[in-house]
Design a protein around this ligand. Structure first.
Ligand SMILES: Nc1ncnc2c1ncn2[C@@H]1O[C@H](COP(=O)(O)OP(=O)(O)OP(=O)(O)O)[C@@H](O)[C@H]1O
Ligand SMILES: [Mg+2]
Length: 258
């Protein structure tokens, strides 16, 4: 079941799709659902001012709401990278994957906010989408490799990749392809040492048997310097092949820390 709330007073241009009001109530017991919507909208505008960035990617910046320490984080999609980025679609992929296989952690999506006419901080107003989800407590493989970060005590290379491989082959068998499993999109949970997979912004669902998830796609990409939109052909690498590369990268890290 999902609940739609349309902001009418303070934020006429904000649409909030809240998937888990019960989870919000649990984490913010003193807030009513309507107050939480307000809070989400405030955050969607203010996150950049606070210096609590968890990470950054090609299309989004991710922040923690550390005032509350509710365990949620906020993926703010502001850049016009891939025009088809849609937080509601990303949210539905995360839900599907969580239903198929919970052996690898995928953050639970809580809400998607779509805002128009937001102050983008550079004197311009534009649209913004925010995906609210569980925070993963850990580092990405990319971070671990570039910072030579110590691995969590429970980390076991073979277990990590056996979990990740089984998970990927299971979701693929069920018709879902992540398609962007680079080192910035796979994290190592600090407590368990196990993998967590994030960023389903480019995922694909195979509906017909002959749908090819890896066939080239035409996308419009905005050149950040000229501001022009250009048609680009994007090809996708298979999920298994991404994981093979990650395994090789982590083999190197392992031998550095042994
Ligand atoms: N749920 C989360 N918990 C903790 N950190 C996160 C979470 N989601 C994202 N991050 C951090 O934010 C970074 C950017 O997020 P994400 O990968 O979703 O953005 P993106 O712009 O879509 O990335 P890409 O460059 O892969 O397209 C991640 O690499 C990670 O460091
Ligand atoms: Mg990413």
């Amino acid at each position: 079941m999902c609940y739609y709330f349309y902001m009418t007073e303070r934020h006429p241009n904000f649409d909030v799709l809240l998937k888990h009001p019960e989870k919000v109530e649990k984490r913010y017991p003193e807030l009513h659902t309507e107050d939480f919507e307000d809070r989400l909208c405030d955050l969607a505008e203010e996150l950049f001012i606070k210096q609590n960035e968890l990470g950054t990617g090609k299309s989004a910046d991710v922040f923690r709401d550390d005032q509350k320490n509710a365990g949620f984080c906020y993926k703010v999609v502001d850049r016009q990278g891939f025009l088809d980025h849609d937080t509601e679609i990303e949210m539905s992929f995360m839900e599907k994957v969580r239903d198929i296989d919970d052996s690898v952690f995928v953050p639970e999506p809580i809400a998607s906010i779509k805002a128009r006419g937001v102050d983008k901080g550079d004197g311009k107003r534009g649209s913004r989408q925010v995906l609210v989800m569980d925070e993963v407590y850990g580092n990405t493989i990319a971070y671990v490799c570039t910072h030579r970060e110590k691995l969590p005590e429970n980390y076991d290379h073979d277990r990590f990749f056996s979990l990740l491989n089984n998970f990927i082959s299971n979701i693929n068998k069920n018709g879902i392809y992540h398609r962007d499993l680079h080192a910035g999109n796979v994290m190592i949970d600090n407590e368990t040492g196990n993998p967590a997979v994030i960023d389903f912004g480019r995922s694909f669902e195979r509906v017909l048997v002959d749908d090819n998830p890896y066939k080239p796609e035409e996308m419009y990409i905005k050149d950040e310097i000229t501001g022009r939109r250009e048609k680009t052909i994007v090809t996708f690498k298979s999920d298994e092949s991404w994981v093979r590369d990650l395994e090789k990268m982590m083999r190197g890290v392992k031998s550095l820390t042994d």
